[in-house]
Design a protein around this ligand. Structure first.
Ligand code: MRU
Length: 353
């Protein structure tokens, strides 16, 4: 990492509580929200104060510890009964990003494996949450390094289109797709980022553009519907997006609008990359049709600010994610290197052997 890299950490452990950057208030206000109770962490995840698949995982891990800390019993079975209930409430916050479930499972497994006292298990839970946080940061940096190697060799300086926010704010720091962007920028291989605004919650406009501006990376904001037009004009060299859950055949769930971007990239013969840690692959799922897709409050689409933008009587459908079929994905950029989506299973076996 070069000295000019700006560090953004959306989830910070601070003595005895968690500080979250309130992502609903960026870019106009930079506010840290203090979280000391697991119930408040659940609300923060649901209301998207913290969002982005890996960041949700880190936040939920700390949330589980905060809940464990307040359990009063010293009796092991009773402690685990209460811990299971806390874990369940955290699992119910958002359904699509597998990182949430992965982080909670890892925390629970570590707790069950400990033969120590309840107080010792609580300490183990805090240390595991800190480890998940630190590992995600390293993973993101490795995604950037490997991702850079997978980018097209020409032109020398690339213009990369991205969707939603898969940046530092969506992870422990540094990002997945924006990690590749950052690494390319610091290696002299990036000309500019095009950021899709990302209807309806505008993560591209509010968060990705903010991150790029913080770091001095040239960024052009477009609306989602302008992406194919920009490709046709030759303004884009590659597309890189993040992922919320990848099925074992490589089908990838990411922010709504990703699928149409992949189709447009294919039509214009542009590489379409997904940048994600291997923990985002849900090997239990054979294909993308099994990925649960979150539907959010229709107010996200029928209002802009406080203004209702459609006639009374209109009906709504507001899926937060879509699934891009594996055949539209050039490669998945992981912390271990780039892999073709169809080769994920063998690739994972090689990493753990
Ligand atoms: O609804 P959000 O803002 O949590 O959705 C975020 C995304 O879709 C990201 O692209 C994804 O989580 C990857 S983050 C590294």
């Amino acid at each position: 990492m070069t000295a000019s890299t700006v560090q953004v950490y959306p989830v910070i452990w601070n003595e005895d509580r968690v500080l979250l950057i309130d992502q609903n208030r960026l870019p106009t206000e930079y506010v840290l929200v203090e979280i000391s109770r697991y119930e408040d962490m659940a609300v923060a995840i649901r209301t998207m104060i913290v969002r982005g698949a890996p960041a949700i995982g880190v936040a939920a891990a700390y949330g589980l510890y905060l809940g464990a800390r307040d359990v009063q019993t010293q009796e092991r079975d009773e402690f685990f009964a209460q811990l299971e209930s806390i874990a369940q409430q955290l699992r119910q916050t958002r359904p699509t990003a597998v990182n949430l479930f992965w982080a909670i499972s890892r925390m629970m497994r570590t707790a069950y494996e400990s033969l120590g006292t309840v107080d010792e298990i609580k300490e183990i839970l805090l240390n595991t949450a800190k480890r998940i946080n630190a590992e995600d940061l390293q993973t993101c940096q490795a995604i950037g390094t490997h991702g850079l190697e997978a980018l097209p060799q020409t032109p020398e300086k690339l213009t990369i289109l991205t969707h939603c926010n898969a940046g530092a704010l969506a992870t422990a720091g540094y990002g997945t797709s924006l990690s590749v962007v950052r690494t390319a920028w610091h290696s002299g291989r990036l000309k500019r980022v095009y950021a899709d605004e990302t209807r309806p919650r505008l993560q591209g406009a509010k968060l990705t553009a903010w991150e790029c501006v913080q770091e001095g990376i040239p960024v052009t904001l477009i609306t989602d519907s302008m992406a194919a037009h920009c490709m046709k004009l030759g303004l884009i060299d590659a597309v890189i997006v993040g992922a919320d859950r990848i099925a074992s055949n490589g089908d990838t769930a990411n922010k709504i609008g990703t699928y149409s971007l992949a189709i447009a990239a294919k039509a214009h013969n542009l590489p379409f990359f997904v940048a994600a840690p291997l923990s985002t692959v849900d090997f239990k799922l054979s294909d993308g049709s099994q990925i649960p897709i979150e539907e959010r409050d229709p107010a996200e689409i029928y209002k802009i600010g406080e203004t209702v933008i459609c006639a009374a009587g209109t009906e709504f459908y507001n899926p937060a994610f879509d699934v891009t079929p594996a055949e539209l994905i050039t490669a998945i950029l992981t912390e271990y290197g780039a892999v073709k989506p169809q080769e994920l299973k063998d690739f994972q076996a090689k990493q753990i052997s």
